[in-house]
Write a protein that binds this ligand. Structure first.
Ligand SMILES: [Zn+2]
Length: 889
């Protein structure tokens, strides 16, 4: 229970922070301005106070008049433009100010608030189409004021339990804003309030991101202060079910320390972010919530049952559309209302047929759930009178941004009271189809960017857990495509290979993003559903290359001698169909049928594990089968095949990627992508060392194993051998000097002014090796190896650390140690010393580090070599001696 509470708090904080923390380098800071004189600061505060109370002040000023003569709403708005809808709005045609009418029957009722970024700048923490907040709110009347109050939907009390009378205890609601009533209707049943300030302020949604404390003020872009004079209401759209107000927020920062890196910021002193606030009527239908099950991966609206006695008192509701059969008695029926997707009119026309096909492909899953034509695709006409911001339309959107935060993103928002999905969009970035190295920073950075990429991703996932509907698949696929194209060129697969892999990638991307909008979250275990020896056998791939399209797989490139099958899976997989049935099949309202359906989860094709379970980052999670960049049920063997391919490709790189009359940028990119793949494949294999397979089946379920089973010893050893041969070996990163000599960037203006253009060969190799050591020697990994010794693991820390030391020292123990290995060996010894001295590690790990250092210390004195090797070994001997000295006394 305690854990759950903590998780909850985390979640709620995540929601409050909004969806912006991932743009780590760009997040603005309050504190990155030079200190101001006291007077100026005071003025700022005054300005802020004024801004917050703008409406009320105006109201107060009018109070005197009111006392003389109370005007009715009709009199008050007679010169204003009336916009009828969920909440009747009035806009002053002279100055654009906005008033809102609230009927008495709307007081105390629950509504849903939803916000998204209509347009923004990525460095300011916003991008077009970004889903932000969803919350439940009420409008309450308190004397002469109307209050907007956010309601906490995360707790449930059985209404029959007397405790439900105390259901508000220690759960705070949040007052968003308070507004004085300006006028009443003639019959006294409606109230008018001024809402210009409500929308133009950040009352509903924190528009300016919270600064990232890990970055120095000059490292992050700072929006500055909200400028109320320049901020304006851009549009008001009113419909019977929702009222939408779009605001252009202008932020001013007269003395920016960081002016933005990517040209997208026209002038850092004045930046506009456009946010749409939508007030939505609580749906009135007989939608039945469907409750979550840990064996299937849906996005959730979380609810704690406070009157339940069980070990898991949760009523978490899955997110799904309100799909109802037209003919409830029919086996298969059309839905009363299908899930309709609109292809935005900005979509390149040549892509539309592929997109349509991929979206409609989901209908096979819905047919299994009893629905015909559940998903419908339409095209937005060029002269459409609605735009993609209109939440009544689910739109497949295309943009081409300067620095895209994603290549694709499939968010949805739901009713927190029931889990019903109310709207969804999919954002796609044209960069996905280009060869633009949009991740160049990631690749070039000294640390390879793998860790920083992940921590950014994790920040992002954490910050939006409340929404949780975000995805970096397109970025992942684009990198895979670049790898595929590189390998295709090396292996002379012909230009059609590149075309095919890009087409399959778009198809896969669409399937995946649409899957999110149907409620499905990631299934990073899905590639395990495919047998290793079927990976290149297209006849066995009718159900896809994996159990699900919701994974981040490696591209399935055929090694020499194998025929090329699918690069990516191009149909919803067995798991996807099963999951859609779980979410949508009306027959499964019957608990017995539902139980039987879920009992199938132990089938190989239905394996599931999401981002929380995946092992992408060092030390994170425990089941190596849940991972990204992997493929098939023998991911270690698949990784080895690929590493062989990469090594072979490295030897041919220069010949293939040198084009007369052109610079060497393409060659450099190909080198970066190949070495990055070495890192990914090494990572995939490394997770098997000390790994534990997890089975989420319930007790007594057919085909279930124990929930925790340590990875077989020979599989762990196989992984360790792979790392020794392909990642740590003396020649792992060796290549023809002529290749290294040509890894040159193409100069562009002053772009490399602040960083040298060195290809940083040793740094790159070491960052890849260090990344894998960070996992193998992570406190969690070493502790788990020892722990799991109690329940079946027979590859203990002593054996593992001996194998690792041998992998790093044995092959050149008798001769010269090359400079790649010198770097690696010093790094490894320093890590061992770190373990010895750190309280983060268990004592078994520390004793083994001590023992390994002792042995190595003797070896360093014993082993000889050329002058450079002796210098290196003397250094190591000194480091070890110094570290062990501390432990003598
Ligand atoms: Zn995704």
């Amino acid at each position: 229970m305690k854990n759950l509470d903590q998780k909850f708090r985390f979640l709620l904080t995540g929601v409050a922070l909004g969806a912006v923390a991932f743009v780590a380098p760009t997040i603005a800071a309050e504190d990155d301005k030079p200190a101001k004189p006291a007077v100026a600061k005071k003025q700022d505060e005054d300005a802020e106070a004024k801004e917050e109370k703008a409406d009320d002040k105006a109201e107060e000023a009018e109070d005197e008049d009111k006392k003389k003569k109370e005007k009715t709403i009709a009199e008050k708005v007679k010169d204003m433009t009336e916009l009828d809808g969920l909440f009747k709005m009035y806009q002053d045609p002279k100055n654009g100010s906005l008033m809102m009418e609230v009927r008495e029957d709307q007081l105390g009722k629950e509504f849903i608030y939803f916000s998204h970024t209509a347009d923004g700048v990525v460095e300011g923490g916003h991008f077009r189409g970004q889903y932000r907040q969803q919350k439940v709110f009420r409008i309450e009347k308190h004397f002469n004021k109307l209050e907007f109050v956010e309601v906490n939907p995360y707790f449930y009390f059985d209404p029959d339990n007397a405790l439900s009378k105390a259901k508000d205890a220690n759960i705070s609601s949040a007052t968003i804003a308070t507004h004085t009533i300006d006028a009443k209707s003639e019959d006294g049943k409606s109230y008018l309030i001024s809402v210009t300030g409500l929308f133009q302020s950040e009352a509903f949604d924190q528009v300016k991101p919270t600064p990232n404390p890990r970055l120095k003020p000059w490292e992050r872009f700072n929006l500055g202060k909200l400028n109320s004079a320049k901020t304006k209401i851009q549009a008001v759209n009113n419909y019977p079910e929702n009222t939408a107000v779009t605001v252009n927020y202008v932020y001013s920062n007269p003395t920016p320390m960081n002016r933005g890196q990517w040209f997208e910021i026209t002038d850092a002193r004045n930046v506009t972010v456009s946010v749409q606030h939508t007030l939505v009527a609580m749906p009135e239908n007989d939608f039945k919530p469907r409750f979550d099950d840990p064996r299937v991966g849906y996005f959730l609206d979380y609810v704690n049952d406070m009157t339940d006695h069980g070990a898991t008192p949760w009523r978490d509701m899955i997110n799904r559309w309100n799909l109802v059969k037209k003919d409830p008695s029919a086996e298969i029926s059309e839905p009363v209302e299908p899930i309709t997707w609109w292809i935005e009119n900005t979509t390149p026309t040549e892509l539309r047929p592929t997109i349509r096909k991929a979206v409609e492909a989901w209908n096979i899953a819905f047919e299994a759930a009893g629905f015909k034509n559940a998903v419908v695709v339409k095209e937005q006409p060029d002269d459409a009178e609605w735009d993609a911001g209109d939440i009544r339309y689910n739109v497949l959107r295309w943009t081409s941004s300067p620095q895209p935060p994603f290549g694709g993103y499939g968010p949805s928002f739901s009713n927190p009271r029931t889990g019903q999905i109310l709207a969804a969009d999919i954002m796609l970035e044209y960069t996905f189809l280009t060869n633009r190295m949009n991740a160049s920073k990631v690749f070039e950075s000294a640390a390879l960017g793998l860790e920083s990429q992940d921590s950014q991703m994790e920040d992002f996932m954490a910050s939006v857990k409340g929404h949780g509907r975000n995805c970096n698949l397109a970025g992942h696929l684009q990198i895979n495509n670049m790898l595929g194209k590189t390998l295709a060129a090396i292996n002379e697969a012909g230009p059609q290979a590149s075309e095919k892999l890009v087409e399959e990638a778009i198809y896969y991307l669409m399937l995946h993003e649409v899957g999110h909008t149907l409620g499905l979250n990631h299934n990073m275990k899905a590639t395990q559903a495919r047998a290793y020896d079927e990976a290149h056998d297209i006849d066995k791939q009718a159900n896809g290359l994996a159990g699900s399209v919701m994974d981040y797989p490696s591209i399935n490139f055929a090694p020499p001698g194998e025929k090329q099958a699918h690069y990516y899976t191009v149909t919803p997989g067995t798991y996807d169909i099963w999951a859609i049935q779980f979410g949508y099949d009306p027959d499964l309202d019957d608990p017995a049928k539902m139980e039987a359906h879920l009992a199938r989860s132990t089938e190989k094709a239905l394996v599931f594990g999401n981002d929380a379970d995946d092992m992408r980052a060092p030390g994170k999670a425990i089941d190596p089968r849940v991972n990204i960049y992997d493929m098939t049920d023998d991911a270690v063997q698949f990784a080895q095949d690929r590493l062989r391919l990469d090594r072979d490709a490295m030897g041919k790189l220069r010949a293939k990627f040198t084009t007369e009359g052109q610079s060497y940028q393409e060659l450099r990119n190909a080198y970066l992508i190949l070495t990055a793949d070495m890192a990914w494949q090494g990572r995939v294999a490394s997770r098997y060392v000390g790994g534990v397979y997890v089975d989420r089946a319930v007790a007594g379920q057919d085909g279930a194993t124990a929930p925790y089973r340590p990875v077989e010893k020979d599989k762990q050893e196989q992984a360790m051998k792979l790392l020794r041969d392909y990642i740590f070996a003396p020649d792992a990163f060796q290549a023809d000097p002529a290749l290294f000599q040509h890894l040159a960037i193409q100069r562009r203006g002053f772009f490399h002014f602040t960083s040298n253009e060195d290809p940083a060969l040793h740094g790159r190799a070491l960052s890849i090796q260090a990344d894998i050591l960070a996992h193998l020697l992570h406190p969690n990994t070493l502790m788990r190896i020892t722990d799991s010794g109690l329940y079946g693991n027979s590859y203990d820390v002593t054996e593992m650390m001996t194998d690792l030391t041998d992998a790093i020292f044995e092959d050149d123990s008798r001769g010269a140690v090359n400079t790649f290995r010198q770097e690696l060996q010093v790094h490894y010894v320093k890590r061992l010393i770190g373990i010895l001295e750190s309280d983060d590690y268990d004592y078994v790990a520390r004793s083994n580090a001590f023992s390994s250092l002792k042995t190595l210390g003797k070896d360093m004195a014993r082993w000889r070599g050329d002058a450079a090797t002796r210098a290196h070994r003397d250094h190591l001997a000194f480091l070890i001696e110094k570290a062990l000295e501390v432990h003598k006394g």
